[in-house]
Ligand binder design. Structure first.
Ligand code: ARG
Length: 269
């Protein structure tokens, strides 16, 4: 699970605008600390045996460190994100990188937060909507990437992306914050027969769920000791990382990595 990741860097990470409730232009990241924080996250991926690809950040793209929003990738196909206007300039850099690597790259016809609102779990795709992703994207993702889409609506701007509200821990295990999803979404999620781990509102708002699990190692923020303990109790190795600087942009560990190796559908492409 999830062993090849596309990251960028924090060289141009700034708060130039406020497009989620965590961002405040008067609360700027410390450049050296942000670079060190990002480097430590990348080092943890490598220590966990994950492969890491790098796309250089561009000066006019202060949020480019959050590569998860660039696209969602399955097999050799990628559907690009369709970000808010403030982040539009990023798309061409990611598009170019993906095309250069030989991916079949499709443009999104509707607003779409990329992997931020599209978390793969085998053939399932937990697909967020209600904030940055237009629900019509779900049909596009089902059709273009052959996923069984599970639509999940997040309930407010704190959950502007689904990857803050839910995390795939293993092929049959998902962690989530119940207060972040509407009732039909909770019913849908609870009806899937998966093992579910509940994360409380306090830890979830400290971006506890913005983690990466490869089924063996979990890399996550240091701010969520209860979730870390629950994961360790399940036999997972947990690496807790500082996310103080990234949090000023409203992102954590998961936001800084686009998964490149979601397995393709069986017997296809
Ligand atoms: N400042 C960025 C934004 O608001 C943070 C994105 C975090 N990405 C994520 N996948 N949740 O767009």
């Amino acid at each position: 699970m999830n062993t090849e990741l596309l990251v960028s860097d924090a060289a141009h990470f700034r708060i130039d605008y406020e497009i989620n409730p965590y961002m405040h232009t008067e609360l700027q990241p410390d450049p050296a600390a942000a670079t060190a924080e990002h480097a430590a996250i990348v080092a943890a991926h490598l220590a966990a045996g994950r492969r890491v690809e790098h796309v250089a950040s561009a000066p006019e793209c202060p949020d480019m460190v959050f590569t998860a929003n660039a696209a969602v990738v399955r097999g050799d196909r990628a559907v690009l994100g369709f970000p808010p206007p403030e982040r539009k300039a990023e798309t061409s850099y990611f598009q170019e990188w993906l095309v250069d690597r030989g991916y079949d790259v499709l443009e999104a016809p509707f607003p779409f937060s990329g992997q931020g609102d599209a978390l793969a779990c085998g053939d399932l795709l937990f697909a967020g909507y209600g904030q940055r992703t237009d629900r019509r994207m779900h049909e596009v993702l089902a059709h273009e990437l052959d996923y069984d889409v599970v639509p999940l609506r997040t309930v407010g701007p704190r959950w502007y992306d689904l990857d803050l509200a839910l995390a795939v821990i293993g092929p049959h295990t998902v962690a989530y914050c119940p207060q972040a999803l509407d009732d039909p979404s909770l019913a849908r999620l609870r009806g899937l027969g998966l093992e579910l781990i509940e994360v409380d509102l306090g830890e979830a708002t400290r971006l506890a769920l913005n983690l990466i699990s490869d089924g063996t190692t979990v890399t996550m923020t240091r701010g969520a000791p209860k979730l870390a303990a629950m994961l360790r109790a399940r036999g997972l190795r947990v690496m807790e990382l500082d996310t103080t600087q990234l949090t000023k942009g409203g992102g954590g560990v998961r936001c800084t990595a686009l998964t490149l190796d979601n397995p393709p559908p069986r017997g296809s492409r």
